[in-house]
Design a protein around this ligand. Structure first.
Ligand code: VG1
Ligand code: CO
Length: 543
């Protein structure tokens, strides 16, 4: 068994996006492509010899092959031990849990999250630091810089390791420890939530349906929801992880989780519905015929946090990404705790959680989490909701409506225009920038523009500055429109338009968000010239 040093040349396109490096599978299969990026990680993080690494992925196509390459490269780069999930599987929050629990130096997570998988689908890789969270920008920038200069990588020449039996084996001087991917995570969930009261709720006839979307959360949900909480078999649907997610799009929203949505809006609907994404960090929460927006979900969980044992002493603070609605800000204000506004992407929450400044974090993109790990966590949010429902003995809809009656409703929607030619998308953003001066102070229908800017963030802990995080148009009544380009896609560009209006009047809380936001939607299209510039007349996905 010998270490081979392989000569290579840089690829110019290995810049990590919002959440790691994502490309089509055939790109990752190109000779040296994955190896270059992995070596760039190892060269940048400077782990001391003998360090332990965590490795796992969402089970998508190419997961196993990639893990074998990473293990052989870790051995050749001086790691002493790698913890890897059985079958190469670890959900993103479970990987974060393992990194923290076993204090490994860091972890490599293989996933393209909610993007489709399969031979022509997407693959992704990201590095998480020792706190269990996504690498901050200074680390991803160092990895990218290294990827542009790399001229060799190291890999052990040896046969593949078995990943299908729990236990240890040797790879050169390194130990490969295959671990149960579910146990540590399920134990952590049981330590945070009142499992006996959720068990009582389910035993009393409360019916739920969880859609794992043929992705990574299946085994986790079966263990927790069916085995530990006693929900009837079949409560977890699409629970076997498949390399191509059953040809689906494992994105838990009203468009892509339509199988679940039809059940929850149909006859004999269950009381509660939920879904998670490819790598298990996103969540969608539904009541009987009722959709909870992720922004509202964060606010409701914050307002009810002390009902869950893990949060009974209260919250230190809340953080939300900039495009997420300000519903959580109102709760923070009522609780007398700080609320932070960060750029899009979970990596910006890590410092705030490490410093003890925030307990709950959330994004409008179906991401909610807390300082129990350093990733957003799909099943955690589902269990939190079940805990709240069990304690309040009310339906999901009643809980949300009562919340709106107390705090007012931040009516919210996001419109995505996917697969747009990059030049046209850049043209829309440039046009918006060029319009800042003329828009400011102008009257658009019944709205008056208070400010326009491009969001930038200074991290309060380490002082790092992140600019260009999204164009904001704020109106005098607190409504706003935000435009951003996606940083996770692999085809063309995606423009996201985020729309928010505040409605204190309970008499209008029943209105559909698209109806309530109709005028703002029209203004967004007008000021961005989106239709003319992209030729599109409707969004691809509305959430
Ligand atoms: C999207 C979401 C963002 C989320 C990111 C990763 O990014 O908008 O809120 O953090 O996906 O989620 P973008 O740049 O495409 O808007 V996941 O579930 O991929 O880890
Ligand atoms: Co995800």
């Amino acid at each position: 068994m010998s270490v081979r040093t392989v000569a290579t040349t840089p690829f110019s396109d290995q810049k990590p996006g919002t959440s790691g490096l994502r490309k089509k599978v055939p790109v990752f299969q190109k000779p040296h492509y994955l190896e270059n990026f992995v070596q760039s990680i190892f060269d940048s993080i400077a782990a001391p010899a003998g360090s332990t690494l965590t490795v796992g992925g969402d089970g998508r196509y190419y997961n196993r092959e990639a893990i074998q390459i990473i293990l052989k490269m870790a051995a050749a780069n001086g790691f002493g031990r790698v913890l890897v999930g059985l079958g190469g599987i670890l959900s993103t929050p479970a990987a974060s849990c393992v990194i923290r629990k076993y204090q490994t130096f860091g972890g490599i997570v293989l996933s393209a999250s909610h993007n489709p998988g399969g031979p022509d689908g997407d693959f992704g890789i990201k590095y998480n630091i020792g706190n269990g969270g996504p690498a901050p920008e200074k680390v991803t920038e160092a990895i990218f810089a290294r990827s542009k200069a790399i001229n060799e990588y190291r890999i052990l020449e040896t046969a593949d390791v078995s990943l299908d039996v729990i236990g240890e084996s040797r790879l050169g001087d390194m130990t490969v420890q295959v671990i149960d991917p579910v146990a540590d995570y399920a134990d952590l969930m049981e330590s945070l939530f009142d499992f006996s009261s959720i068990r009582g709720l389910l035993a009393g006839g409360f019916r739920l349906k969880f859609d794992a979307m043929h992705a990574v959360t299946g085994p986790y949900a079966r263990e927790i929801i069916e085995k530990r909480l006693g929900a009837p078999a079949g409560s977890v649907m699409n629970s076997v992880p498949l390399p191509d997610f059953g040809n689906g799009h494992p994105d838990p929203n009203l468009t892509y989780a339509h199988e679940l949505v039809e059940i929850v809006y149909g006859d004999h609907a269950p009381d509660f519905g939920a879904a998670s994404d490819g790598d298990g960090d996103r969540n969608m929460i539904l009541g009987k015929g009722f959709f909870v927006t992720p922004s509202d979900s964060l606010a409701v969980l914050a307002a009810n946090a002390t009902l869950a044992p893990g949060y009974k002493s209260g919250l230190a603070g809340i953080a939300r990404s900039m495009p997420t609605s300000a519903a959580a800000d109102r709760v923070a204000q009522a609780l007398g705790i700080p609320c932070y506004e960060t750029p899009t992407g979970w990596k910006f929450f890590g410092n705030l959680m490490d410093a003890g400044k925030v307990t709950l974090c959330g994004e409008e993109s179906f991401g909610t989490g807390s300082d129990h790990v350093r990733e957003k966590d799909g099943l955690w949010a589902v269990l939190f909701w079940l805990n709240v429902v069990a304690a309040r003995k009310q339906s999901v809809e009643a809980i949300v409506r009562e919340h709106w009656a107390k705090f007012g409703r931040n009516v919210y929607s996001r419109h995505d225009y996917e697969g747009i030619p990059t030049e046209a998308a850049n043209g829309v953003m440039k046009h918006l920038h060029d319009s800042f001066a003329s828009l400011t102070g102008s009257q658009l229908g019944s709205y008056k523009v208070l400010f326009c800017d491009d969001f930038s963030y200074t991290d309060p802990i380490d002082g790092s500055v992140s600019t260009g995080q999204g164009v904001r148009i704020g109106f005098t009544d607190g409504s706003r429109i935000v435009f951003r380009l996606s940083g996770t896609g692999t085809e063309g560009a995606t423009i996201r338009i985020y729309l928010e209006a505040y409605e204190p009047d309970v008499g209008k809380h029943h209105l559909d968000a698209q109806v309530a936001l109709a005028e703002l939607i029209g203004i967004a299209l007008q000021v961005s010239q989106l239709r003319d510039r992209t030729g599109r007349d409707a969004p691809t996905v509305i959430t």
